[in-house]
Design a protein around this ligand. Structure first.
Ligand SMILES: CC(C)(COP(=O)(O)OP(=O)(O)OC[C@H]1O[C@@H](n2cnc3c(N)ncnc32)[C@H](O)[C@@H]1OP(=O)(O)O)[C@@H](O)C(=O)NCCC(=O)NCCS
Length: 402
């Protein structure tokens, strides 16, 4: 237990769950569905939650779950996935968030987790704690029934509609095959499937129930709803193609929906959808957001967990303003496999630990950070090699939101 500025940070008790949920409601401006809370507690057990307490009131909360996350090269790393970080409106800007993160980081370090990840509510808060945005999602919109497939686009078929009961049986297995390939995707716990996909509460939310399209190597979940302008919008909540064939087959069904004015979905930067159709402009990007943030907790452990796309022999100087995870590290890559260890050799390249977090899953480019003066390389060749090595063969994606 730590005492600072009139508040204490300690572990939460199980009987404090209702008060924590009330705090989340006022901080995020949401209504927590009571049916949601039982599964929610299984996904993020209260035993791991930290609360900040002022007298008899809970005024801050943060929780995490140890997640297995895929990294470039179809490998995985263990990460602390942080969630529900809230500070009471009555107690803002007194250092409660800082105190909660300090405690979370101490625990991650004691559990030897090389990475911490979360989804951020705002872009300006977390850089100071060593986090960088690391996965990108493009929000797209396509007018219904306007897209025509190119004559060269195959028509593999194989998609069927699945009932809720069938989806419960097949989706988790397909997801698990998909997440093994995709940097940023996590193992999804059974309780999260129940809570966010299969629960009665989810089935009965506004608009249509979710519909499931299943291919042997992929699936899509979408809903339809009428908007204020009286138009029917189909929103793709998840599209998980393992193969290019499954991607094409699922999009062929989605783009043939009748009585739909717009189809909305999220794509990675290199999704092939625009190349399947005769008019790539139909796939309109309406927004773009960071879907995941990452902080490297242990540079050698994190950097040797993933693979790289070219050989490297480089000394990195990593600055960590918030913890003591920085320093100089020799990174040696041969045939994709890395060895990384502290060194006292002179650095070839300098960067902040937040930038390293951004580069980790391969979605952000080192050359862009260098152009922004956030990476300093000793010469252009070093930067080029570093930039290419950190890219990923498959685009990074968040597996499930938390
Ligand atoms: C965001 C939130 C958790 C911040 O809590 P807090 O206890 O007021 O934050 P702290 O006082 O510990 O601030 C730590 C640092 O972050 C900065 N900071 C905090 N909130 C910020 C914000 N919204 N935007 C920019 N900077 C912010 C503070 O200025 C401080 O900077 P410094 O220490 O470098 O001078 C709180 O405002 C909140 O609950 N917001 C609504 C829910 C939310 O967005 N949660 C985050 C989910 S990812």
């Amino acid at each position: 237990m730590a005492s600072t500025n009139g508040f204490l940070v300690r572990s939460a008790r199980a009987d404090e769950r209702a008060e924590i949920l009330r705090l989340s409601e006022i901080c995020f401006g949401i209504r927590v569905n009571p049916a949601d809370t039982e599964f929610g507690t299984q996904v993020f057990p209260t035993e791991r939650a930290l609360v900040a307490v002022d007298g008899d009131q809970i005024v801050g909360h943060a929780n995490d779950r140890v997640m297995t996350v895929t990294v470039p090269g179809e490998r995985t790393v263990q990460a602390s996935g942080v969630t529900s970080v809230v500070v009471a409106p009555t107690h803002r800007r007194r250092g409660i968030l800082r105190a909660l993160y300090t405690r979370l980081h101490e625990r991650s370090e004691s559990e030897k987790l090389p990475l911490t990840i979360f989804t951020a509510s705002e872009g300006t808060i977390y850089g100071r704690f060593g986090y960088g945005p690391t996965v990108v999602a493009n929000e797209i919109s396509i007018r219904g029934r306007t897209a025509e497939f190119r004559s060269t686009t195959p028509d593999p078929g194989g998609v069927r509609m699945a009932t809720l009961e069938q989806a419960k049986t097949v989706l988790p297995e397909i997801y698990d095959r998909w997440r093994r390939l995709v940097p940023g995707a996590q193992i999804r716990p059974e309780a999260r499937w129940q809570q966010r996909v299969f629960a009665d509460a989810v089935q009965n939310e506004g608009g249509s129930p979710p519909f499931f399209l299943v291919h042997p190597d992929g699936y899509a979940i979408f809903r339809r709803a009428w908007n204020d302008a009286g138009k029917n919008v189909a929103t793709v909540q998840e599209l998980r193609p393992i193969t290019p064939e499954a991607h094409i087959a699922l999009w062929r069904v989605l783009l043939s929906l009748d009585l739909v004015s717009t189809i909305e979905a999220e794509l990675t930067d290199h999704d092939p959808l625009p190349y399947l159709v005769t008019d790539p402009r139909l796939v309109k990007v309406t927004g773009r957001h960071d879907a995941l943030w990452a902080r490297v907790m242990d540079v050698p452990a994190a950097l040797s967990a993933r693979t790289y796309r070219r050989d490297l022999d480089i000394v990195l100087s990593v600055q960590d303003p918030f913890r003591a995870a920085g320093g100089s590290f020799a990174l040696r890559v041969r045939d994709g496999i890395a060895e990384c260890e502290p060194t006292d050799r002179a650095p070839d390249l300098e960067l902040g630990i937040d930038v390293l977090g951004s580069l980790y899953f391969g979605a952000y480019r080192a050359r862009a950070f260098a152009a922004a003066n956030r990476i300093q390389a000793k010469d252009p060749g070093t930067l080029r090699a570093f930039d290419e090595a950190f890219t990923s063969e498959r685009d990074a994606e968040l597996g499930w939101f938390f």
